[in-house]
Design a protein around this ligand. Sequence first.
Ligand code: SAH
Ligand code: SF4
Length: 424
Amino acid sequence: MNEYDSELVRSILIKENYEFVTDELKADIVLLNTCAVREHAHRRVYGRVHNIRHERGKDSLVMIGILGCMATNLRQSLLEDRSLKIDFIAGPDSYKRLGQLIREAADNGQKAYDVTLSEFETYSDITPNRTDGVNAWIAVMRGCDNFCTFCVVPYTRGRERSRSPENVLKEVRQLACEGFKQVTLLGQNVNSYRYENHDFAYLMDEVSRVEGIERVRFTSPHPKDFPDRLLDLMAANPKICKHVHLPLQAANNRVLNLMNRTYTKGEYLKLVNKIRSKIPNITLTTDIIVGFPTETDAEFEETLQAVIHAQFDSAFSFKYSERQGTIAAKKYPDQVPETVKTDRILRLNKVQNEITYKKNRAHIGQVFEILIEPTPQDKPSHHSVGRTGGNKLVILSKKDYKIGETVQVMITDATPHALKGHPL
Ligand code: SAH
Ligand code: SF4
Protein backbone atom coordinates (compact mmCIF):
# COMPACT_ATOMS: atom_id res chain seq x y z
CA MET A 1 0.00 0.00 0.00
CA ASN A 2 2.88 2.35 0.72
CA GLU A 3 4.43 1.68 -2.67
CA TYR A 4 1.10 2.57 -4.22
CA ASP A 5 0.76 5.67 -2.04
CA SER A 6 4.24 6.76 -3.14
CA GLU A 7 3.05 6.49 -6.75
CA LEU A 8 0.09 8.72 -5.85
CA VAL A 9 2.41 11.25 -4.21
CA ARG A 10 4.68 11.29 -7.27
CA SER A 11 1.69 12.00 -9.47
CA ILE A 12 0.39 14.78 -7.19
CA LEU A 13 3.77 16.53 -6.99
CA ILE A 14 4.65 16.15 -10.68
CA LYS A 15 1.42 18.04 -11.44
CA GLU A 16 2.80 20.81 -9.24
CA ASN A 17 6.00 20.84 -11.32
CA TYR A 18 8.26 19.02 -8.90
CA GLU A 19 10.84 16.78 -10.50
CA PHE A 20 11.79 13.41 -9.01
CA VAL A 21 15.32 12.13 -8.50
CA THR A 22 16.16 8.69 -7.16
CA ASP A 23 19.33 9.68 -5.29
CA GLU A 24 18.51 11.23 -1.92
CA LEU A 25 21.90 12.97 -1.94
CA LYS A 26 20.81 14.99 -4.97
CA ALA A 27 17.32 15.91 -3.77
CA ASP A 28 16.25 19.30 -2.43
CA ILE A 29 13.34 17.64 -0.65
CA VAL A 30 13.42 14.08 0.71
CA LEU A 31 10.12 12.34 1.36
CA LEU A 32 9.97 9.25 3.58
CA ASN A 33 6.79 7.23 3.27
CA THR A 34 6.47 5.41 6.57
CA CYS A 35 4.81 2.44 8.21
CA ALA A 36 3.77 2.39 11.86
CA VAL A 37 2.78 -1.24 12.19
CA ARG A 38 5.86 -2.31 14.16
CA GLU A 39 8.57 -0.59 16.21
CA HIS A 40 11.20 -1.89 13.79
CA ALA A 41 9.74 0.24 10.98
CA HIS A 42 9.82 3.28 13.25
CA ARG A 43 13.45 2.82 14.12
CA ARG A 44 14.41 2.52 10.46
CA VAL A 45 12.82 5.88 9.71
CA TYR A 46 14.68 7.61 12.55
CA GLY A 47 17.90 6.01 11.28
CA ARG A 48 17.28 7.14 7.70
CA VAL A 49 16.54 10.73 8.72
CA HIS A 50 19.70 10.90 10.84
CA ASN A 51 21.73 9.49 7.93
CA ILE A 52 20.37 12.01 5.47
CA ARG A 53 21.05 14.89 7.86
CA HIS A 54 24.54 13.56 8.45
CA GLU A 55 25.35 12.98 4.77
CA ARG A 56 24.00 16.32 3.64
CA GLY A 57 25.86 18.31 6.30
CA LYS A 58 24.46 20.49 9.03
CA ASP A 59 23.91 23.64 7.01
CA SER A 60 22.38 22.01 3.93
CA LEU A 61 19.04 23.39 2.77
CA VAL A 62 17.57 19.93 2.20
CA MET A 63 14.01 19.61 3.46
CA ILE A 64 12.73 16.35 4.93
CA GLY A 65 9.08 15.37 4.98
CA ILE A 66 7.48 12.37 6.68
CA LEU A 67 4.50 10.76 4.97
CA GLY A 68 2.22 7.88 5.89
CA CYS A 69 1.14 6.12 9.05
CA MET A 70 4.01 7.20 11.28
CA ALA A 71 3.08 10.78 10.46
CA THR A 72 -0.42 10.33 11.86
CA ASN A 73 0.76 8.35 14.83
CA LEU A 74 3.75 10.38 15.96
CA ARG A 75 3.18 13.91 14.67
CA GLN A 76 3.93 15.59 17.96
CA SER A 77 7.11 13.74 18.83
CA LEU A 78 8.44 13.88 15.26
CA LEU A 79 8.02 17.64 15.06
CA GLU A 80 9.47 18.24 18.51
CA ASP A 81 12.54 16.07 17.97
CA ARG A 82 15.24 18.69 17.43
CA SER A 83 17.85 16.27 16.19
CA LEU A 84 15.60 15.01 13.37
CA LYS A 85 14.71 18.47 12.04
CA ILE A 86 11.62 17.33 10.15
CA ASP A 87 10.19 20.14 7.97
CA PHE A 88 6.72 18.85 7.19
CA ILE A 89 4.40 15.93 7.82
CA ALA A 90 1.50 14.53 5.80
CA GLY A 91 -0.75 11.65 6.89
CA PRO A 92 -2.20 9.09 4.43
CA ASP A 93 -5.29 11.19 3.67
CA SER A 94 -3.46 14.52 3.19
CA TYR A 95 -1.32 13.93 0.11
CA LYS A 96 -3.30 16.36 -2.04
CA ARG A 97 -2.13 19.12 0.31
CA LEU A 98 1.55 18.20 0.03
CA GLY A 99 2.50 21.03 -2.34
CA GLN A 100 0.95 23.52 0.03
CA LEU A 101 2.67 21.98 3.06
CA ILE A 102 6.06 22.11 1.31
CA ARG A 103 5.51 25.76 0.39
CA GLU A 104 4.44 26.63 3.94
CA ALA A 105 7.53 24.97 5.38
CA ALA A 106 9.82 26.58 2.78
CA ASP A 107 8.35 30.08 2.90
CA ASN A 108 7.81 30.50 6.62
CA GLY A 109 10.52 28.18 7.86
CA GLN A 110 7.83 26.76 10.12
CA LYS A 111 6.95 23.14 10.52
CA ALA A 112 3.89 22.31 8.44
CA TYR A 113 1.65 19.33 8.96
CA ASP A 114 -1.69 17.78 8.08
CA VAL A 115 -2.61 14.42 9.54
CA THR A 116 -6.37 14.76 9.34
CA LEU A 117 -8.10 11.47 8.58
CA SER A 118 -10.91 11.56 6.05
CA GLU A 119 -14.03 9.45 5.82
CA PHE A 120 -14.10 9.93 2.06
CA GLU A 121 -10.62 10.33 0.56
CA THR A 122 -9.89 7.45 -1.84
CA TYR A 123 -7.69 9.37 -4.33
CA SER A 124 -10.04 8.10 -7.02
CA ASP A 125 -9.31 11.22 -9.07
CA ILE A 126 -5.53 10.73 -9.06
CA THR A 127 -3.75 8.47 -11.53
CA PRO A 128 -0.66 7.10 -9.77
CA ASN A 129 2.70 7.66 -11.43
CA ARG A 130 3.62 4.00 -11.83
CA THR A 131 7.05 2.57 -12.58
CA ASP A 132 6.75 -1.20 -12.83
CA GLY A 133 5.75 -2.31 -16.31
CA VAL A 134 3.99 -5.60 -15.48
CA ASN A 135 2.06 -5.20 -12.26
CA ALA A 136 -0.04 -2.20 -11.35
CA TRP A 137 -1.15 -1.72 -7.75
CA ILE A 138 -4.59 -0.26 -7.43
CA ALA A 139 -6.14 0.59 -4.06
CA VAL A 140 -9.84 -0.17 -4.21
CA MET A 141 -10.53 0.56 -0.56
CA ARG A 142 -8.67 2.34 2.23
CA GLY A 143 -8.82 2.24 6.02
CA CYS A 144 -9.88 -0.47 8.45
CA ASP A 145 -12.83 -0.88 10.83
CA ASN A 146 -11.69 -4.13 12.47
CA PHE A 147 -9.72 -2.83 15.43
CA CYS A 148 -7.62 -5.92 16.07
CA THR A 149 -6.33 -5.00 19.50
CA PHE A 150 -2.61 -5.06 18.53
CA CYS A 151 -2.95 -2.99 15.38
CA VAL A 152 -2.42 0.71 14.82
CA VAL A 153 -3.85 0.80 11.27
CA PRO A 154 -7.44 1.81 12.18
CA TYR A 155 -5.97 4.84 13.99
CA THR A 156 -3.41 5.83 11.36
CA ARG A 157 -5.52 5.19 8.26
CA GLY A 158 -9.03 5.78 9.52
CA ARG A 159 -12.36 4.26 8.53
CA GLU A 160 -13.08 1.90 5.63
CA ARG A 161 -14.14 3.48 2.36
CA SER A 162 -14.31 2.01 -1.15
CA ARG A 163 -14.01 3.41 -4.65
CA SER A 164 -16.87 2.91 -7.07
CA PRO A 165 -16.54 -0.08 -9.44
CA GLU A 166 -16.85 2.26 -12.48
CA ASN A 167 -13.96 4.35 -11.24
CA VAL A 168 -11.75 1.30 -10.60
CA LEU A 169 -12.65 -0.23 -13.97
CA LYS A 170 -11.86 2.98 -15.83
CA GLU A 171 -8.37 2.91 -14.33
CA VAL A 172 -7.89 -0.81 -15.08
CA ARG A 173 -8.88 -0.26 -18.74
CA GLN A 174 -6.35 2.54 -18.94
CA LEU A 175 -3.71 0.28 -17.38
CA ALA A 176 -4.40 -2.40 -19.97
CA CYS A 177 -3.94 0.22 -22.73
CA GLU A 178 -0.60 1.17 -21.17
CA GLY A 179 0.54 -2.46 -21.38
CA PHE A 180 0.16 -3.63 -17.78
CA LYS A 181 -0.62 -7.35 -17.74
CA GLN A 182 -1.43 -7.75 -14.06
CA VAL A 183 -3.34 -5.70 -11.52
CA THR A 184 -3.19 -6.21 -7.76
CA LEU A 185 -6.24 -4.90 -5.94
CA LEU A 186 -5.17 -3.41 -2.64
CA GLY A 187 -6.84 -2.63 0.65
CA GLN A 188 -6.15 -2.96 4.36
CA ASN A 189 -9.10 -5.34 4.25
CA VAL A 190 -9.50 -5.71 0.57
CA ASN A 191 -12.28 -8.29 0.67
CA SER A 192 -14.40 -6.01 2.87
CA TYR A 193 -14.74 -3.87 -0.27
CA ARG A 194 -18.29 -2.61 -0.61
CA TYR A 195 -19.74 0.08 -2.81
CA GLU A 196 -23.54 0.45 -2.66
CA ASN A 197 -24.69 -3.13 -3.27
CA HIS A 198 -21.48 -4.27 -4.98
CA ASP A 199 -19.10 -6.56 -3.07
CA PHE A 200 -15.52 -7.67 -3.63
CA ALA A 201 -16.44 -10.73 -5.73
CA TYR A 202 -18.37 -8.45 -8.10
CA LEU A 203 -15.39 -6.12 -8.42
CA MET A 204 -12.90 -8.97 -9.03
CA ASP A 205 -15.16 -10.46 -11.67
CA GLU A 206 -15.52 -7.14 -13.48
CA VAL A 207 -11.79 -6.35 -13.29
CA SER A 208 -10.91 -9.78 -14.67
CA ARG A 209 -13.10 -9.09 -17.71
CA VAL A 210 -10.96 -6.17 -18.83
CA GLU A 211 -9.27 -7.13 -22.06
CA GLY A 212 -5.48 -7.11 -21.93
CA ILE A 213 -5.31 -7.80 -18.21
CA GLU A 214 -4.06 -11.37 -17.85
CA ARG A 215 -3.74 -11.70 -14.09
CA VAL A 216 -5.66 -10.30 -11.13
CA ARG A 217 -4.31 -10.50 -7.59
CA PHE A 218 -5.45 -9.03 -4.29
CA THR A 219 -4.04 -8.31 -0.86
CA SER A 220 -4.67 -8.33 2.10
CA PRO A 221 -7.91 -10.10 2.82
CA HIS A 222 -9.36 -10.81 6.27
CA PRO A 223 -10.54 -14.38 6.98
CA LYS A 224 -13.97 -13.04 8.01
CA ASP A 225 -14.90 -12.03 4.46
CA PHE A 226 -14.59 -15.16 2.32
CA PRO A 227 -18.09 -16.00 1.11
CA ASP A 228 -18.49 -19.04 -1.18
CA ARG A 229 -19.29 -16.69 -4.05
CA LEU A 230 -15.76 -15.27 -3.89
CA LEU A 231 -14.10 -18.69 -3.65
CA ASP A 232 -16.22 -20.10 -6.48
CA LEU A 233 -15.30 -17.13 -8.64
CA MET A 234 -11.60 -17.63 -7.86
CA ALA A 235 -11.87 -21.32 -8.71
CA ALA A 236 -13.67 -20.74 -12.00
CA ASN A 237 -11.91 -17.66 -13.31
CA PRO A 238 -8.55 -18.42 -14.96
CA LYS A 239 -7.41 -14.80 -14.75
CA ILE A 240 -7.69 -14.65 -10.95
CA CYS A 241 -4.39 -15.87 -9.49
CA LYS A 242 -4.60 -18.89 -7.25
CA HIS A 243 -3.03 -17.26 -4.23
CA VAL A 244 -4.65 -16.27 -0.97
CA HIS A 245 -2.78 -14.45 1.78
CA LEU A 246 -4.80 -15.41 4.84
CA PRO A 247 -3.42 -13.87 8.05
CA LEU A 248 -3.81 -16.27 10.96
CA GLN A 249 -1.94 -14.21 13.65
CA ALA A 250 -2.34 -16.93 16.31
CA ALA A 251 -4.19 -20.22 16.69
CA ASN A 252 -5.15 -20.34 20.36
CA ASN A 253 -8.76 -19.23 20.86
CA ARG A 254 -8.07 -17.27 24.03
CA VAL A 255 -5.32 -15.30 22.28
CA LEU A 256 -7.40 -14.82 19.12
CA ASN A 257 -10.18 -13.47 21.30
CA LEU A 258 -7.83 -11.04 23.08
CA MET A 259 -6.62 -9.96 19.64
CA ASN A 260 -10.23 -9.39 18.52
CA ARG A 261 -9.66 -11.37 15.34
CA THR A 262 -13.34 -12.51 15.32
CA TYR A 263 -12.62 -16.14 14.32
CA THR A 264 -11.59 -19.27 16.22
CA LYS A 265 -8.85 -21.70 15.27
CA GLY A 266 -11.55 -24.15 14.17
CA GLU A 267 -13.24 -21.60 11.93
CA TYR A 268 -9.94 -20.56 10.38
CA LEU A 269 -8.85 -24.14 9.64
CA LYS A 270 -12.30 -24.93 8.26
CA LEU A 271 -11.87 -22.01 5.87
CA VAL A 272 -8.44 -23.33 4.85
CA ASN A 273 -10.02 -26.73 4.09
CA LYS A 274 -12.80 -25.13 2.13
CA ILE A 275 -10.35 -23.01 0.08
CA ARG A 276 -8.23 -26.08 -0.65
CA SER A 277 -11.21 -28.20 -1.65
CA LYS A 278 -12.59 -25.54 -4.00
CA ILE A 279 -9.19 -24.46 -5.41
CA PRO A 280 -6.87 -27.48 -5.09
CA ASN A 281 -3.65 -25.81 -6.31
CA ILE A 282 -4.00 -22.69 -4.23
CA THR A 283 -0.92 -21.01 -2.77
CA LEU A 284 -1.73 -20.11 0.84
CA THR A 285 0.40 -17.65 2.81
CA THR A 286 -0.10 -16.07 6.19
CA ASP A 287 0.99 -13.59 8.87
CA ILE A 288 1.72 -14.67 12.45
CA ILE A 289 2.42 -12.70 15.61
CA VAL A 290 4.34 -14.39 18.42
CA GLY A 291 4.43 -13.17 22.00
CA PHE A 292 1.11 -11.34 22.19
CA PRO A 293 0.67 -10.30 25.86
CA THR A 294 -0.06 -13.31 28.11
CA GLU A 295 0.55 -15.88 25.32
CA THR A 296 1.86 -19.00 27.09
CA ASP A 297 4.26 -21.62 25.75
CA ALA A 298 1.38 -24.05 25.34
CA GLU A 299 -0.66 -21.44 23.44
CA PHE A 300 2.27 -20.72 21.13
CA GLU A 301 2.62 -24.48 20.62
CA GLU A 302 -0.96 -24.46 19.32
CA THR A 303 0.01 -21.86 16.70
CA LEU A 304 2.96 -24.03 15.69
CA GLN A 305 0.69 -27.08 15.31
CA ALA A 306 -1.81 -25.06 13.27
CA VAL A 307 1.02 -23.93 10.96
CA ILE A 308 2.00 -27.56 10.44
CA HIS A 309 -1.63 -28.50 9.89
CA ALA A 310 -2.38 -25.68 7.43
CA GLN A 311 0.84 -26.23 5.40
CA PHE A 312 1.23 -22.62 4.29
CA ASP A 313 3.48 -21.95 1.31
CA SER A 314 5.13 -19.18 3.31
CA ALA A 315 4.54 -17.00 6.34
CA PHE A 316 5.52 -13.55 7.54
CA SER A 317 6.15 -13.88 11.24
CA PHE A 318 6.48 -11.00 13.65
CA LYS A 319 7.29 -10.51 17.31
CA TYR A 320 4.48 -8.65 19.03
CA SER A 321 5.31 -4.96 19.09
CA GLU A 322 3.27 -2.71 21.37
CA ARG A 323 1.77 0.23 19.46
CA GLN A 324 0.80 3.41 21.23
CA GLY A 325 -2.94 4.06 21.34
CA THR A 326 -4.06 0.51 20.51
CA ILE A 327 -6.47 -1.43 22.70
CA ALA A 328 -3.77 -3.98 23.57
CA ALA A 329 -1.39 -1.22 24.66
CA LYS A 330 -4.07 0.08 27.03
CA LYS A 331 -5.36 -3.23 28.37
CA TYR A 332 -2.58 -5.81 28.18
CA PRO A 333 0.98 -4.89 29.19
CA ASP A 334 3.62 -6.20 26.78
CA GLN A 335 4.98 -8.83 29.18
CA VAL A 336 6.29 -11.75 27.16
CA PRO A 337 10.08 -11.37 27.52
CA GLU A 338 12.06 -10.51 24.36
CA THR A 339 14.11 -13.72 24.72
CA VAL A 340 10.91 -15.79 24.72
CA LYS A 341 9.59 -13.94 21.66
CA THR A 342 12.92 -14.57 19.90
CA ASP A 343 12.85 -18.25 20.80
CA ARG A 344 9.27 -18.59 19.52
CA ILE A 345 9.89 -16.80 16.24
CA LEU A 346 13.02 -18.88 15.56
CA ARG A 347 11.11 -22.11 16.17
CA LEU A 348 8.23 -20.92 14.00
CA ASN A 349 10.53 -19.87 11.17
CA LYS A 350 12.38 -23.18 11.27
CA VAL A 351 9.14 -25.15 10.98
CA GLN A 352 7.75 -22.88 8.25
CA ASN A 353 11.00 -22.82 6.25
CA GLU A 354 10.96 -26.59 6.04
CA ILE A 355 7.36 -26.55 4.82
CA THR A 356 8.16 -23.78 2.30
CA TYR A 357 11.11 -25.75 0.93
CA LYS A 358 9.05 -28.94 0.67
CA LYS A 359 6.23 -27.04 -1.08
CA ASN A 360 8.68 -25.45 -3.51
CA ARG A 361 10.29 -28.82 -4.31
CA ALA A 362 6.86 -30.27 -5.07
CA HIS A 363 6.80 -27.98 -8.13
CA ILE A 364 9.78 -29.81 -9.73
CA GLY A 365 8.81 -31.58 -12.94
CA GLN A 366 5.64 -29.56 -13.44
CA VAL A 367 4.93 -26.97 -16.12
CA PHE A 368 3.69 -23.48 -15.23
CA GLU A 369 2.77 -20.32 -17.08
CA ILE A 370 5.26 -17.68 -15.98
CA LEU A 371 4.70 -13.96 -16.38
CA ILE A 372 8.10 -12.33 -16.96
CA GLU A 373 8.96 -9.47 -14.60
CA PRO A 374 11.83 -7.01 -14.39
CA THR A 375 14.87 -8.82 -12.91
CA PRO A 376 15.45 -7.76 -9.29
CA GLN A 377 18.84 -6.19 -8.63
CA ASP A 378 20.02 -9.07 -6.47
CA LYS A 379 19.43 -11.65 -9.23
CA PRO A 380 22.02 -12.31 -11.96
CA SER A 381 21.26 -10.30 -15.11
CA HIS A 382 21.84 -13.27 -17.43
CA HIS A 383 18.59 -14.82 -16.22
CA SER A 384 14.97 -13.84 -16.71
CA VAL A 385 12.62 -13.96 -13.76
CA GLY A 386 8.87 -14.29 -13.50
CA ARG A 387 6.09 -15.62 -11.33
CA THR A 388 3.65 -18.48 -11.35
CA GLY A 389 -0.03 -17.68 -10.84
CA GLY A 390 0.57 -18.89 -7.26
CA ASN A 391 3.07 -16.03 -6.87
CA LYS A 392 6.22 -18.19 -6.73
CA LEU A 393 9.33 -16.51 -8.07
CA VAL A 394 10.88 -18.48 -10.94
CA ILE A 395 14.40 -17.96 -12.25
CA LEU A 396 14.68 -18.97 -15.89
CA SER A 397 17.77 -20.47 -17.46
CA LYS A 398 17.65 -18.01 -20.39
CA LYS A 399 17.46 -14.27 -20.45
CA ASP A 400 15.90 -13.52 -23.84
CA TYR A 401 12.32 -12.83 -22.74
CA LYS A 402 10.44 -9.57 -22.77
CA ILE A 403 8.98 -8.13 -19.57
CA GLY A 404 5.25 -8.88 -19.63
CA GLU A 405 5.62 -11.97 -21.84
CA THR A 406 4.03 -15.26 -20.72
CA VAL A 407 6.28 -18.33 -21.03
CA GLN A 408 5.59 -22.04 -20.46
CA VAL A 409 8.25 -23.26 -18.07
CA MET A 410 9.25 -26.67 -16.72
CA ILE A 411 10.42 -26.39 -13.11
CA THR A 412 13.79 -28.11 -12.76
CA ASP A 413 14.92 -27.18 -9.25
CA ALA A 414 13.82 -25.35 -6.12
CA THR A 415 15.40 -23.52 -3.21
CA PRO A 416 13.58 -22.35 -0.07
CA HIS A 417 13.15 -18.94 -1.74
CA ALA A 418 12.54 -19.56 -5.44
CA LEU A 419 12.01 -22.06 -8.22
CA LYS A 420 14.33 -22.62 -11.17
CA GLY A 421 12.93 -23.45 -14.56
CA HIS A 422 13.61 -24.22 -18.19
CA PRO A 423 11.37 -22.62 -20.84
CA LEU A 424 9.65 -25.18 -23.10
N1 SAH B 1 -5.03 -5.99 7.33
C1 SAH B 1 -4.16 -7.06 7.35
C2 SAH B 1 -2.83 -6.80 8.04
C3 SAH B 1 -2.16 -5.50 7.96
S1 SAH B 1 -0.74 -5.30 9.00
C4 SAH B 1 -4.82 -8.21 8.08
O1 SAH B 1 -5.65 -8.06 8.92
O2 SAH B 1 -4.42 -9.29 7.83
C5 SAH B 1 0.30 -6.60 8.44
C6 SAH B 1 0.69 -7.57 9.52
O3 SAH B 1 1.50 -6.94 10.48
C7 SAH B 1 -0.45 -8.16 10.31
O4 SAH B 1 -1.08 -9.21 9.67
C8 SAH B 1 0.23 -8.61 11.60
O5 SAH B 1 0.68 -9.93 11.50
C9 SAH B 1 1.42 -7.65 11.69
N2 SAH B 1 1.22 -6.70 12.80
C10 SAH B 1 0.30 -5.73 12.89
N3 SAH B 1 0.41 -5.10 14.07
C11 SAH B 1 1.42 -5.69 14.75
C12 SAH B 1 2.00 -5.49 16.02
N4 SAH B 1 1.55 -4.58 16.85
N5 SAH B 1 3.04 -6.29 16.39
C13 SAH B 1 3.49 -7.26 15.56
N6 SAH B 1 2.97 -7.49 14.33
C14 SAH B 1 1.94 -6.71 13.93
FE1 SF4 C 1 -4.91 -4.15 11.52
FE2 SF4 C 1 -6.74 -6.03 12.02
FE3 SF4 C 1 -7.31 -3.98 10.38
FE4 SF4 C 1 -5.58 -5.88 9.60
S1 SF4 C 1 -7.76 -6.17 10.07
S2 SF4 C 1 -5.32 -3.66 9.40
S3 SF4 C 1 -4.55 -6.38 11.51
S4 SF4 C 1 -6.91 -3.86 12.56
